[in-house]
Design a protein around this ligand. Structure first.
Ligand SMILES: *[C@@H]1O[C@H](CO)[C@@H](O)[C@H](O)[C@H]1NC(C)=O
Ligand SMILES: *[C@@H]1O[C@H](CO)[C@@H](O)[C@H](O)[C@H]1NC(C)=O
Ligand SMILES: *[C@@H]1O[C@H](CO)[C@@H](O)[C@H](O)[C@H]1NC(C)=O
Ligand SMILES: *[C@@H]1O[C@H](CO)[C@@H](O)[C@H](O)[C@H]1NC(C)=O
Ligand SMILES: *[C@@H]1O[C@H](CO)[C@@H](O)[C@H](O)[C@H]1NC(C)=O
Ligand SMILES: *[C@@H]1O[C@H](CO)[C@@H](O)[C@H](O)[C@H]1NC(C)=O
Ligand SMILES: *[C@@H]1O[C@H](CO)[C@@H](O)[C@H](O)[C@H]1NC(C)=O
Ligand SMILES: *[C@@H]1O[C@H](CO)[C@@H](O)[C@H](O)[C@H]1NC(C)=O
Length: 522
C-alpha cells in the first residue's frame, strides 16, 4: 500500500515537473512582444548551479545556486534604433502571485542575479535587466543619448512592462501585487519609478539611493581634488585615516549613550579634526597625527559641497565610515571611475577629459544637462500616493559611497514639496536610518535587514525590509522600525532596532546594550 502511494506520488511529481518544463519551452512561442527577440527559455530545477558565461567580464557574475524550480527567459528588447536592453524573467513553479523587479548598481550594465535568486526563491516572478548596456564602464554612453535614457529610467520601466506580460503569459493570469527591490543606483531607480512611473509598483524598497544623481557624481569626484595623489601635502595615509576614525569615536560615539564604535546618528557629529594636529617637534611622517594642511582636508571631507556662487551641491560625507570597504575609496588619492566616465562619456562626450580639472563650472554643467532627468529629485510623490502604493526607503549610516545625509534631505524635500507632515507621509512613505551599515550591505553594526540574499537574518517582516513592504502592501501593517542583526561568521551576535526618521536610536542606560529593548527611538 505504502509502496503504491509512494510510487503514485513520485509519478505525479514527475508529471508536474514535466508539465512545468513543457510550459517553459512553449513560452517563447506564446510571447508576442513588440521590439523583442527571445534568446532562450530554460527550465532550471532547484539546486542547479547556475553560471553566466554570456555576462560581460566586468560584471564578475559569480555562480548562483537557486533553491527552487523556475522557468528562465532571456530576451533583447530594442528601446530605439540605437539602444536596447537585455532582460531576464525568472518564473517560479511555486508562485505567490507576486511580481518583482530588481535594479542595478553603479554605472552598470549588469543583471543583479543575486537579487533575482533571492526573490525567485521567495516565490516572486522576478525580472532583471542590464540597464541598457553591458559591463561596468560608462563608455557605451558616448554620443548615444538613447543608451543614457535607458540608464536614467527606460530600462527598468521597459523591463517591468514587458516582464508583467511575460508573467501573465506563463501563468495565464495577472500578478496580484508588484514590488521593487534595489540599492544604490537601484535605490535611485526605485525612486524614479515612484516619481515618474507610479503604476509600475505597489511596494518599493529603495536603499542608499543615488538620487540627486548629477550632483552626487560631482561630489564623488571632488574627493580626489581634496586629497590629491598619494604623497601630496593634502593626502592622508590609511594609518592617518585610522587615527581620524578613532578621534571621531572619541568625540562622537557617546552621543547615543553607548560606546560601541557605532554612531546611531552621525548627523549629530560635528567632528573637529584640529584636535589631531601634530604637536611641534613630531616627525613629518608620523601616522597618528596630522599637519594643518591634512586637517583642512579632513574638515572639507566632512563639510557640505558648494559650487559656483556658494550654491549647495551635495551634503558632506557622514563621519564614522572611514574604515569601511575597499580601503578608502574616496580617500585613495585617485579619481573616482564613475565620475570620470560620466563626465567623459555623457557630460562632455570627450574621452580625454581630465578628472583632475573637475570644478564648480563642471558641477553646474552636469546638473544643467540632467539627461532624461536622471537627477531623480522630484519631491512630488502624489501620484504613487494616490494609488495606495508604499515606499520603504533605507540608508546605511556608514555608507562609504553615497553619504547617508542625502536621504533625510530628500525626505524633508518631499514633506515640503507635498506640504505634508511626517504623520501623513507615514501612510505611504517611510525612511529608516540603519546604523553600522555600509553601502547597501556590510559594516560592523546590525546590518542584516534582508536587503539582499547575503544579508538575511530572518524572513520575519519585523527583520526583513522586503517582507516588511509586502506586509504593508497586503495587510496594511506598516513598519515602525526595522530590527537589524549583526552577524559574524554566520552567527547573530546582537540585534538592534533601527528607527524611522526623524527618530534616532539612544541607549536607555539600562539593560544589556546588545538587546534591542535596551534602546529606544526618540
Ligand atoms: C558552482 O560552479 C562553479 C563553477 O562554475 C564552482 O566554482 C562553484 O564551486 C559551484 N558551486 C557549488 C555550490 O557547487
Ligand atoms: C549584451 O550582452 C549580450 C550577451 O549577454 C548580448 O547578446 C547583447 O547584444 C549585448 N548588448 C549590447 C548592447 O552590447
Ligand atoms: C518599438 O520600437 C519603435 C521604434 O523604436 C517604437 O516607436 C515603438 O513605440 C516600440 N514599441 C513598443 C511597444 O515599445
Ligand atoms: C533613428 O531614429 C531617429 C528618430 O528617433 C531618426 O532621426 C534617425 O534617422 C534614425 N536612425 C537610423 C539609422 O535609422
Ligand atoms: C510554496 O511556497 C510557500 C510559501 O510561499 C511554501 O509555504 C510552500 O511550502 C511552498 N511549496 C512547495 C511545494 O515548495
Ligand atoms: C620617518 O622618517 C624618518 C626620517 O626620514 C625615518 O627614519 C623613519 O623610519 C620614518 N618612519 C616611518 C614610520 O616611516
Ligand atoms: C545641484 O548643484 C547645483 C550647483 O552645481 C545647484 O544649483 C542645485 O540646486 C543642486 N541640486 C540639488 C537638488 O541639490
Ligand atoms: C570569524 O572567522 C574568522 C576567520 O575564520 C576568525 O578570524 C574570527 O576570529 C571569527 N570571529 C568570530 C567573532 O568568531
Amino acid at each position: 500500500m505504502r509502496a503504491i502511494l509512494y510510487t503514485g506520488l513520485l509519478s505525479s511529481l514527475a508529471a508536474a515537473t514535466q508539465n512545468a518544463q513543457q510550459q517553459c519551452s512553449k513560452l517563447a512561442k506564446k510571447l508576442d512582444i513588440d521590439n523583442a527577440t527571445v534568446w532562450f527559455t530554460e527550465y532550471v530545477s532547484a539546486g542547479t548551479n547556475m553560471s553566466f558565461p554570456d555576462a560581460h567580464p566586468t560584471c564578475t557574475q559569480g555562480a548562483v545556486t537557486v533553491g527552487v524550480d523556475f522557468c528562465r527567459v532571456a530576451l533583447y528588447v530594442a528601446t530605439s534604433n540605437r539602444s536596447g536592453i537585455s532582460m531576464e524573467a525568472w518564473l517560479p513553479s511555486n508562485w505567490t502571485g507576486r511580481f518583482l523587479s530588481t535594479g542595478n548598481g553603479g554605472l552598470n550594465g549588469c543583471l543583479s542575479y543575486s537579487d533575482m535568486a533571492y526573490t525567485v526563491e521567495l516565490g516572486f516572478a522576478t525580472v532583471g535587466a542590464n540597464n541598457g548596456h553591458n559591463g561596468t564602464s560608462g563608455a557605451p554612453f558616448l554620443n548615444n543619448p538613447d543608451v543614457v535614457e535607458d540608464f536614467a529610467y527606460r530600462s527598468v520601466h521597459t523591463n517591468v512592462v514587458i516582464g508583467k506580460q511575460i508573467s501573465k503569459a506563463f501563468y495565464s493570469k495577472k500578478h496580484t501585487k508588484s514590488y521593487y527591490l534595489g540599492c544604490s543606483t537601484g535605490g535611485r531607480q526605485g525612486f524614479k519609478s515612484a516619481q515618474s512611473f507610479p503604476e509600475d509598483f505597489d511596494g518599493i524598497v529603495a536603499g542608499a539611493p543615488a538620487f540627486n544623481f548629477n550632483n552626487l557624481t560631482s561630489w564623488s569626484g571632488h574627493f580626489y581634488l581634496l586629497t590629491g595623489a598619494p604623497g601630496s601635502p593634502t593626502y592622508l595615509t590609511p594609518a592617518q585615516w585610522t587615527a581620524v576614525h578613532a578621534d571621531i569615536m572619541t568625540q562622537c560615539d557617546g552621543l547615543d549613550g553607548y560606546l560601541d564604535g557605532i554612531l546611531e546618528d552621525p548627523q549629530l557629529c560635528h567632528y573637529r579634526p584640529e584636535s589631531l594636529i601634530c604637536p611641534p617637534g613630531t616627525p613629518a611622517n608620523t601616522s597618528t597625527c596630522l599637519t594643518g594642511t591634512q586637517a583642512a582636508t579632513v574638515r572639507a571631507v566632512f563639510s557640505d559641497l558648494h559650487g559656483a556662487n556658494g550654491a549647495f551641491v551635495y551634503p558632506r560625507m557622514q563621519p564614522g565610515t572611514e574604515l569601511l570597504g575597499t580601503p578608502y575609496i574616496y580617500f585613495a588619492g585617485q579619481p573616482f571611475p564613475y565620475t570620470t566616465d560620466w563626465f567623459r562619456y555623457v557630460v562632455y562626450n570627450d574621452p580625454a577629459w581630465d578628472p583632475a580639472t573637475l570644478g564648480p563650472a563642471d558641477y553646474a554643467r552636469a546638473d544643467a544637462l540632467n539627461p532624461s532627468d536622471i537627477r531623480t529629485w522630484s519631491g512630488d510623490l502624489s501620484r504613487i500616493r494616490a494609488r495606495g502604493a508604499k515606499i520603504l526607503h533605507w540608508h546605511g549610516l556608514q555608507d562609504q559611497i553615497i553619504t547617508s545625509e542625502i536621504s533625510p534631505r530628500y525626505y524633508d524635500h518631499v514633506a515640503r514639496t507635498m506640504g505634508l507632515p511626517g504623520s501623513t507621509l507615514d501612510e505611504f512613505y517611510r525612511f529608516f536610518r540603519i546604523s553600522g551599515t555600509g553601502h547597501c550591505q556590510g559594516g560592523p553594526g546590525a546590518s542584516f535587514i534582508g536587503q539582499g540574499r547575503s544579508a538575511v537574518a530572518s524572513l520575519d517582516p519585523e527583520q526583513n525590509v522586503l517582507m516588511a513592504v509586502v506586509r504593508w502592501v497586503e495587510q496594511g501593517k506598516a513598519p515602525e522600525s526595522i530590527l537589524g542583526s549583526a552577524v559574524v561568521n554566520g552567527t547573530v551576535v546582537y540585534q538592534r532596532r533601527h528607527c524611522k526618521y526623524p527618530l534616532r536610536n539612544v541607549y536607555t542606560g539600562k539593560g544589556d546594550p546588545k538587546h534591542p529593548d535596551s534602546w529606544k527611538c526618540v
